[in-house]
Design a protein around this ligand. Structure first.
Ligand code: SAM
Length: 269
């Protein structure tokens, strides 16, 4: 659907103000998604949709719109060196640090459809093996899109989506469904809690995290917002804890709370 400049401005302003994502350079994506959005939300014209977005806080409509407009691209074990650091540096450190409470807390912020959170879980399970029983493992995985959270909770992925997972992990941590898809084992779901969370909101957590994955979402925000969000996210990281951002996010993080230890990896000071 072709949209005029005024309507394009209205829809991009709504997304920017409410979710921080700048779609100004994505006119084709927006135009291509609008037909699907109108159909999905039962609107006959764009003006109807824009009026509802601007005037009512209709969570169902908002959720359908962002589910179709925001980029959700993700895959298992994306940016493998982050998982190497997790398995070879961070987890051994937590394990050997006389962590008396035996707790591992990781936040996958902007988790999309769950692949990042389950990748973290598999790395933890593979590290702790049988000892997992003695540990309190909590992976909190959040996203602003209800549709992504629903898919993540279901934990079902097509064969091509699990290609990057090593065979032994796939066998240990997934069941094969009748239709050939792969489902994360129910017994593992207790370790991951999926929740709806807008990074622009006034979010809170009761406990701090040792590791936070905030990957491939900052690229959609402007520099001022990046600074605000990173600063707030850093408040929920333990001193010495690790923050990962996406490889391609060549962003200068200006936070007095963090030091960069290598590109895309930060520690709380
Ligand atoms: C490209 S995916 C990244 C997924 C995963 N972190 C990765 O690196 O593969 C970006 C995700 O950010 C989410 N997102 C965008 N704006 C957000 C916001 N304001 N708050 C929380 N999540 C947001 C989108 O819904 C989408 O699922």
């Amino acid at each position: 659907m072709k949209v005029n400049n005024k309507d394009f401005y209205r829809i991009t302003s709504f997304i920017k103000q409410n979710y921080g994502v700048d779609l100004n350079q994505k006119r084709t994506v927006v135009e291509e998604s609008l037909d699907k959005i109108l159909l999905n939300c039962n609107f006959t014209d764009l003006d109807q949709l824009l009026n509802v977005l601007e005037k009512k806080n209709d969570e169902i409509i908002n959720s359908k719109v962002i589910g179709l407009l925001l980029t959700n691209y993700t895959y298992f074990l994306r940016e493998p060196s982050h998982f190497e650091i997790l398995s070879e540096v961070i987890l051994p450190k937590i394990y050997n640090n006389g962590n008396k409470k035996k707790g591992i807390r990781v936040w996958s912020a902007a988790t999309s459809s769950g692949q990042e959170a389950y990748s973290i879980l598999m790395a933890v399970l593979n590290f702790l093996k049988e000892e997992i029983r003695d540990w309190n493992v909590e992976i909190i995985a959040t996203d602003v899109s209800q549709a992504m959270i629903k898919k993540a909770k279901a934990g079902i992925y097509q064969k091509e989506e699990v290609e990057k997972i090593p065979d032994d992990w796939l066998q240990h941590y997934f069941n094969v469904c009748i239709d050939g898809s792969y489902k994360i084992k129910d017994s593992l779901k207790e370790y991951v809690k999926f929740k709806l969370l807008n990074l622009l909101s006034d979010f809170e957590f009761e406990k701090l995290f040792q590791v936070i994955f905030l990957r491939n979402v900052l690229i959609y925000f402007d520099s001022e917002l990046i600074e605000q969000i990173v600063d707030k996210v850093a408040d929920f990281l333990e001193v010495g804890g690790y923050l990962f951002i996406g490889f391609t996010e060549t962003i200068e993080i200006k936070s007095s709370k963090l030091i960069c230890i290598q590109p895309s990896v930060y520690r709380k000071i």
